[in-house]
Design a protein around this ligand. Structure first.
Ligand SMILES: Cc1cc2nc3c(=O)[nH]c(=O)nc-3n(C[C@H](O)[C@H](O)[C@H](O)COP(=O)(O)OP(=O)(O)OC[C@H]3O[C@@H](n4cnc5c(N)ncnc54)[C@H](O)[C@@H]3O)c2cc1C
Ligand code: SF4
Length: 331
């Protein structure tokens, strides 16, 4: 039996101070990922700082007409928020595509973004894994990798990031608010998660003892429609094999605004900047969509059992772009 300390934080400053005082301390939000990893022996904290009751549980409109989402807002509450349903449909759909109702009732905004990979070897402490034990190897490359990444990988790690929420937030140009021992700062959501490179043990750009306090969304682009689509092995309670968040606005049959972000393809939400640049100003046709998505997926380096993800992602993106384009032409 190992002793485990527990403190319920009452304000952000004291939570940060407790985290900074001992590197063996972990923040506990909904606990749906951290506690599972503790049971598996992957995480072995000496102390938990419970941040779930910090006053970070509000979702509010910003003066600019955007949205500020507190780090401890539960996934269920965020999906049901009237402003999210009205203005950020892809976000509501991504949240509802995640996990199960019971899990979403517990899971928080910050915890969802910082959940760890579901790679089987990462979760099994009897196996080597560079992310869990740097330098021990990556058995996924020659072992079970069907659900793992095809873009942004390195020879040291091919894990995917499992969050649906993060993919929608990448689409929406979200900004993450952080507080740590050195004060407050912000990061674009797309800069929060890291590619593995030579240091797969570091998932994010968070500094030690830093907390996510909020996520801020700018107002959605005028006239754009958005959606989140998730391909998975079961209709519910399953992580994304491949997912897509997409946003499109047309003018006179041409692409005025377009954004795409893939999930399940990479170690971080994959914002498709190459495809977006190729599509701006182009006719909104399936052929143009396919050409742009092919350019985005060209750097993919799949392994034998996940090569199917490349054509799957292509079909998903072309189909959703075509559907959103038709909806706008019909209006
Ligand atoms: C069976 C199952 C199915 C699932 N399916 C899906 C799915 O389909 N899609 C999906 O997206 N997710 C899925 N999940 C994952 C689930 O959404 C996450 O476990 C949950 O969102 C994590 O949030 P939490 O608040 O419980 O985090 P916790 O478990 O409390 O924390 C997770 C990590 O984040 C850190 N942390 C938490 N909050 C903060 C903060 N504010 N600042 C700094 N660090 C923080 C913790 O220290 C910990 O390291 C599934 C989980 C399970 C168990
Ligand atoms: S893919 Fe990454 S997380 Fe999975 S075994 Fe390899 S190093 Fe570990």
């Amino acid at each position: 039996m190992r002793p485990l300390g527990y403190t319920r934080a009452t304000d952000v400053a004291s939570a940060v101070a407790l985290l900074a005082a001992d590197p063996g301390t972990r923040a506990l939000a909904g606990g749906t990922n951290l506690v599972d990893l503790m049971k598996l022996g992957v995480e072995r904290p000496a102390r938990l700082v419970d941040i779930a009751r910090l006053p970070l549980d509000r979702t509010e409109e910003t003066p600019r007409g955007g949205l500020r989402i507190g780090a401890t807002v539960r996934n269920t509450d965020l999906a049901a928020h009237p402003l999210v349903r009205d203005r950020y449909l892809a976000l509501a759909q991504a949240l509802l595509a995640g996990a199960s109702g019971q899990l979403r009732n517990m899971a928080t905004t910050g915890g969802n973004l910082l959940q760890r990979t579901r790679c089987l070897y990462f979760q099994d402490i009897t196996k080597p894994c560079n992310k869990r034990r740097p330098g021990s190897g990556c058995p996924a490359r020659t072992g079970v990798h069907r659900d793992l990444a095809v873009l942004g990988t390195s020879e040291h790690c091919v894990a995917t990031h499992p969050s649906d929420l993060a993919v929608a937030l990448a689409l929406l140009d979200a900004v993450v608010h952080l507080t740590g021992p050195d004060g407050d700062r912000t990061l674009p959501l797309t800069a929060l998660h890291r590619l593995p490179g030579d240091t797969p043990e570091r998932d994010t750009e968070l500094a030690p003892a830093e907390l996510i306090t909020a996520v801020e969304l700018p107002p959605p682009p005028a006239g754009a429609r958005s959606a989140y689509r998730k391909v998975r092995d079961r209709a519910s309670f399953a992580f994304a094999t491949t997912s897509l968040a997409v946003l499109l606005a047309l003018r006179d049959g041409r692409v005025e605004t377009v954004r795409l972000a893939f999930g399940g393809l990479a170690p971080k939400p994959w914002r498709a900047l190459t495809a977006e640049a190729a599509l701006r100003g182009r006719p909104a046709t399936a052929a143009e969509f396919a050409q742009a998505v092919d350019a985005e997926l060209a750097p993919a380096r799949p392994l034998p059992d996940n090569a199917f993800k490349v054509p799957l992602a292509r079909r998903l993106a072309v189909r959703e772009l075509t559907r959103l384009a038709r909806e706008q032409e019909d209006r």
